[in-house]
Write a protein of this length. Structure first.
Ligand SMILES: Cc1ncc(COP(=O)(O)O)c(C=O)c1O
Length: 411
């Protein structure tokens, strides 16, 4: 990991984000809800706008020059994402709406092809609902069973339990890379290695990881990796499913329509090869182009700097928060990405977030789409502050000051 970014560099990064220049009610925006969604640098906003102003046409289906320009831009975006993940072949990159759609796609297609009565899908107790509910629906349709890897009180996966649950009935392991409610970084390389030793493919939910650490699907030997563009400085409505070619080729289509066929008659339809087999209809071309620009933007800063900066904020924030009376941090995994979740004795998380909002500090409060995890940890809700590359120690100081004020309101 590199050296923390000098504060002058963070100030330059902040200048790239127009929304951070805004002042609401005379207060600067202190945005600490990056795990929910990140803001967009000007280069991404400009790229999307230039696409519509100069290059927009429909992809894959026209001979005129705008159709060709749009197709080129879209396929270049696919290659950029492939490079970002170090995919062996960019045809293993499928554009979808986001992590949620990517998981639903795998649940419907891989699930339909490979899960039968009595087969098992292994997920973990720290999953986001979008890596729980699609598998429950898959099990309802196929007669499969969902099994759950438990977590420790600190918010780490119980690897001993994982090994014990990995029986010959398991057909897929689906776990998160970074837990959105805790920040725990899971040992996904070990998980993949152990699952593969049993012949079981693995899906990694990278929604909370990709903006914070490099991901190399070849080094990981990963079968499926999913993420959303809006959590990595890109547009909403665009996301990625990476799938190993050998698996994608065996999977039936997700949705039917234009663009996913090789030939159609009223007697039957032949399907296109991946990735187009899984991209029915007009795709979100502007989103894909904007996402590629976001990945270039992040690459221009570099993950060494990003990780060092965010880890420094995490350590600074954890120390500052632990000094607040009545505050308890939730999630103390040894390996964590930039998320700090906490509860305050006797005060509901929503009330804390409301008081923070009136001080101009944006955090998330609630169950974070992780109700089973909240039940496991014995808390109805938490407050979550989550960091991005543009956050500073000043943002954390503002959070801590506002919490001290909130404490005097509630005490
Ligand atoms: C770990 C995790 N997985 C999946 C998702 C779903 O992402 P999206 O709503 O962009 O599809 C989220 C969103 O918060 C998440 O944190």
């Amino acid at each position: 990991m590199g050296v923390a970014m000098p504060s002058a560099d963070v100030r330059l990064v902040r200048k790239d984000f127009p929304i951070l220049q805004r002042r609401g009610d005379g207060q600067p925006l202190v945005y600490l809800d990056n795990a929910a969604t990140t803001h967009k640098p000007q280069s991404v906003i400009d790229r999307v706008s230039r696409y519509y102003a100069e290059e927009h046409g429909n992809v894959r289906r026209g001979v005129h020059r705008l159709a060709a320009a749009a197709t080129d831009a879209y396929e270049e975006a696919r290659a950029t994402v492939g490079g970002f993940l170090n995919a062996p072949d960019s045809r293993e990159v499928i554009f979808v709406r986001g992590a949620t759609e990517a998981i639903n796609l795998v649940a419907h297609t891989f699930g339909r092809a490979h899960i039968g009565r009595g087969d098992e899908i292994l997920i973990s107790e720290m999953e986001h609902h979008s890596n729980i509910v699609p598998w429950q629906m898959c099990c309802q349709e196929t007669g499969g069973r969902l099994r759950v890897i438990p977590v420790t009180d600190a918010g780490e996966l119980r690897m001993d339990a994982f090994a014990a649950l990995l029986t010959d009935r398991v057909r897929l392991v689906a776990v998160t890379h970074v837990a959105n409610a805790l920040g725990s970084i899971n040992p996904i390389a070990d998980i993949i290695r152990i699952a593969h030793a049993h012949g079981v493919p693995v899906l990694i939910d990278g929604a909370q990881a990709v903006a914070h650490m490099p991901v190399d699907v070849q080094a990981l030997d990963c079968d499926f990796y999913v993420f959303s563009g809006h959590k990595i400085y890109g547009p909403t409505g665009i996301g990625v499913l990476y799938g190993r070619s050998g698996l994608l080729e065996q999977m039936p289509p997700y949705q039917g329509g234009g663009g996913m066929i090789s030939d159609v008659t009223f007697d039957g339809t032949g399907y296109a090869e991946p990735p187009h087999r899984f991209e029915a209809g007009t795709p979100h071309v502007a989103g894909a182009v904007g996402l590629a620009e976001a990945l270039r933007y992040l690459g221009s800063i570099g993950f060494d700097q990003v990780q060092a900066h965010e880890q420094e904020l995490l350590a600074y924030g954890a120390d500052a928060l632990s000094r607040i009376p009545g505050l308890r941090l939730i999630g103390e995994a040894r390996d964590r990405a930039g998320i700090l979740a906490f509860v305050i004795d006797g005060v509901h998380a929503h009330d804390v977030a409301t008081v923070l909002d009136s001080a101009g500090v944006a955090v998330r409060a609630g169950h974070h789409c992780c109700q089973p995890l909240m039940t496991r940890l014995g808390v109805p809700a938490t407050v979550r502050a989550s960091f991005a590359v543009y956050n500073t120690r000043d943002d954390i100081d503002a959070l801590v000051d506002a919490l001290h004020d909130a404490w005097s309101v509630f005490a």
